[in-house]
Write a protein that binds this ligand. Structure first.
Ligand code: GTP
Ligand code: MG
Length: 159
């Protein structure tokens, strides 16, 4: 089944939306495979949002994302990437309140920047972002693990 990276951003975590958001996640058929509280530093936030480095709002975005701890999660479900994007709603939480009133951003977000939650936008971003927060999910790590198992079988360490 497909996996995606979700993140409750600093405003969502400090605003006590975590339990409500997790309830929506589980009721919508996702499994939470991993979760980790992270405090992004400037370097980390800039790497995570590197695609936006030339945008006018970039420095403000970095300030927002480093303003406090966030909660990174790996979610699993069929069609997880697209379904999670639908569930969180449009980027601008003010618009979300009008056009997608039941979305997570409508419920917890404030504006076009402080929108409380993140979702990967493609399989490539999902893989990159999951490895960013959960090193054990990087393809290099998984490959090493597979090679180790194959090797163990070969030399008779395991049956
Ligand atoms: P993410 O799931 O966080 O990636 O949001 P998104 O995919 O809906 O939007 P996008 O990737 O385009 O932008 C990344 C983040 O930058 C947004 O979630 C906002 O926090 C912030 N952002 C996007 N557009 C604006 C903007 O016009 N102004 C400001 N101040 N922040 C913005
Ligand atoms: Mg995005």
């Amino acid at each position: 089944r497909e996996k995606t990276l979700a993140m409750i951003k600093p405003d969502g975590l400090s605003g006590n939306y975590t339990d409500g958001i997790k309830k929506v996640i589980l009721e919508s058929g996702f499994r939470i495979l991993r979760e980790r509280v992270v405090q992004l530093d400037e370097n980390g936030a800039a790497t995570f949002y590197a695609e936006h480095s030339s945008r006018s709002f970039f420095s403000s975005l970095i300030k927002y994302m480093t303003s406090g701890p966030a909660l990174a999660m790996v979610l699993e479900k069929e069609n997880a990437i697209a379904d999670w994007r639908t569930l969180i709603g449009p980027t601008d939480a003010r618009k979300a309140k009008i056009t997608h009133p039941h979305s997570i951003r409508a419920m917890c977000g404030l504006d076009s920047e402080k929108n409380c939650i993140h979702g990967s936008d493609s399989p490539q971003s999902a893989q990159r972002e999951m490895s960013f927060f959960f090193k054990e999910m990087s393809s290099v790590h998984l490959l090493c693990q597979q090679l180790y198992v194959q090797f163990s079988i070969l030399v008779g360490l395991v049956e």
